[in-house]
Design a protein around this ligand. Structure first.
Ligand code: FMN
Length: 322
């Protein structure tokens, strides 16, 4: 069997260039995506794309060689196409269109999940974007199961497929369901039935067991991992190893504490500044907790530290406990 395609799902305010760099270096990730670039009515200047995607300086790839697509969010086909053309010209390896963002402000301004109410709008945006690009340039779409309910799942899948997107990633919840468990993988199967493009399942795939269950229910081998890959940085490797029957020992808390977290702190500081690194470290520790209960204790210790130096020292002290 071939190895499944695994992408690092986009996460605004979480999956920044540092996280992409570190997680793709661990491995098991075939593609990642930037945070969203908001498109309103005009062409954005080049520097905006470089800010969201510093990987443009390295042919759109992280150091590990993983392609990074640029994510666009907007509701107007014309400006979306104009900006898509720019993304292509700047050398990004592909483009991802966001039709799932639940944020009220975004939805009020005609972007993200609100577009799912009218699947023909997805078709219009994707096909207009595609017309501005070479025929084989990858344009992927990410959707939820609907806005308020799941009555349009097949129309949504058909619209994306007929507009000839390269791939459709489905977060198996409606906008109204937010991030509340469970994810409804069975609806992905219904969407897959009517789509003639590759479909990628997403939502609540926290472990290899979840992957196997989702695969059975959704019929998808390919998956996108979001919070779960933050919590378990080697989940992609774990899934791929399992599928080829290779033994694999997951990363221990000690490896996270002595290797991953100090590198994350340092890289976040170099990427922006010390306060950014402090905030990111606290955020990351909270997100690690589902997979590493010890991260909860580390968060309690570090949450009261306010400077980069204090956090750095706090990490060293925690390491001594192990
Ligand atoms: C903090 C946060 C930010 C997110 N930002 C985006 C985004 O910019 N674009 C997008 O398509 N999905 C976004 N998502 C949704 C995720 O990509 C993913 O679909 C969702 O978290 C479910 O997958 P998971 O259970 O693996 O986390 C975001 C999710 C979270 C938790």
């Amino acid at each position: 069997m071939t190895s499944p395609f695994i992408s690092l799902a986009p996460m605004e305010g979480v999956v920044d260039p540092v996280v992409r760099e570190l997680l793709t270096a661990i491995g098991g990730i075939d593609q990642c995506v930037t945070e969203f670039v908001r498109v309103t009515d005009k062409l954005l200047p080049d520097h905006v794309f470089y800010k969201y995607c510093p990987e443009l300086n390295t042919k759109g790839k992280t150091t590990a060689g993983t392609e990074c697509y640029i994510q666009l969010l907007g509701g107007q086909p014309g400006p979306m196409a104009e900006n898509a053309r720019k993304v292509f010209e700047l050398g990004a390896p592909g483009l991802d269109l966001n039709f799932g963002c639940p944020a009220k402000t975004v939805n009020r301004h005609d972007g993200g999940a609100v577009l799912l109410k009218n699947p023909h709008r997805l078709f219009d945006i994707i096909s207009t974007v595609k017309k501005a690009l070479p025929v084989n340039y990858p344009v992927t779409a990410k959707v939820r199961l609907g806005f308020e309910d799941k009555s349009l799942v097949q129309e949504i899948a058909r619209a994306v497929s007929e507009a000839k997107a390269h791939r459709l990633t489905i977060h198996a919840r409606t906008k109204v369901e937010g991030y509340r468990p469970p994810a409804h993988w069975e609806f992905i199967a219904q969407m897959k039935e009517v789509a003639s493009i590759p479909v990628v399942a997403n939502g609540d795939l926290w472990t290899v067991e979840d992957y196997l269950k989702c695969r059975e229910i959704s019929g998808c081998d390919d998956v996108a991992l979001g919070r779960s890959l933050i919590a378990r940085p080697d989940l992609g490797l774990q899934i791929k190893a399992y599928m080829v029957g290779s033994p694999y020992q997951g990363l221990s808390w000690s490896q996270i504490l002595t290797g991953f977290l100090p590198l994350f702190l340092q890289s976040s500081m170099e990427f922006r500044h010390k306060q950014y690194a402090v905030n990111r470290m606290k955020q990351y520790l909270k997100m690690l907790k589902p997979a590493y209960p010890c991260a909860g204790r580390a968060f309690e210790v570090l949450k009261v530290k306010n400077t980069f130096e204090e956090i750095h020292q706090g990490l060293l002290d925690l390491q001594k406990e192990f």
